[in-house]
Design a binder for this molecule. Structure first.
Ligand SMILES: Nc1ncnc2c1ncn2[C@@H]1O[C@H](COP(=O)(O)OP(=O)(O)O)[C@@H](O)[C@H]1O
Ligand SMILES: [Mg+2]
Length: 140
């Protein structure tokens, strides 16, 4: 049975708290004795997914659960959904506005890195409704 170790709401355009879930999760994993390599991967994945909700959606929730075998991260949001998944996973592709780019986001590498570090990745998206992204990171 997986144990939920984090569940946190993510607010649209909340750059103040954006990234908090990612660092909370890092601390929990460290206490659980998870290796630094896994923690690093997890931090990248959760930060990118969290910031995508902040930047590209109307808000959502991040949840993470652990089992003896793996860590499962689920990030769901309400929002526009992702129109073209192939494009979204293309390095450098971003629909971020100039305003957002001035804040240092919109490099278009987020989903590419999520894919790189996920051992399993599932994306469900519905236009005008929202997106659910599930990532599994194995412990070995
Ligand atoms: N949660 C989301 N809701 C809607 N669109 C998204 C979401 N996450 C990603 N996208 C779309 O996929 C694109 C690529 O995402 P990403 O690789 O993280 O790059 P970036 O966030 O720098 O734009 C985004 O520009 C956006 O168009
Ligand atoms: Mg991104």
């Amino acid at each position: 049975m997986p144990t939920k170790i984090i569940e946190k709401e993510i607010e649209k355009l909340d750059f103040q708290s954006g990234g908090e879930a990612s660092s909370q999760l890092k601390n929990k994993l460290r206490k659980l004795g998870v290796t630094n390599a896994i923690i690093r991967k997890t931090a990248i994945v959760t930060y990118e997914l969290e910031m995508n909700v902040v930047i590209h959606s109307e808000g959502g929730v991040i949840e993470a659960s652990v089992s003896p075998e793996n860590l499962e991260i689920i990030v769901s949001d309400s929002g526009p959904g992702i129109k073209d998944l192939d494009k979204a996973f293309t390095p450098g592709y971003s629909t971020a506005s100039d305003e957002i780019r001035k804040l240092g986001f919109g490099a278009g590498m987020g989903l590419v890195n999520v894919k790189r570090y996920a051992d399993k990745l599932n994306v469900e998206t519905a236009l005008g409704q929202g997106t659910v992204i599930k990532v599994i990171i194995n412990f070995n």
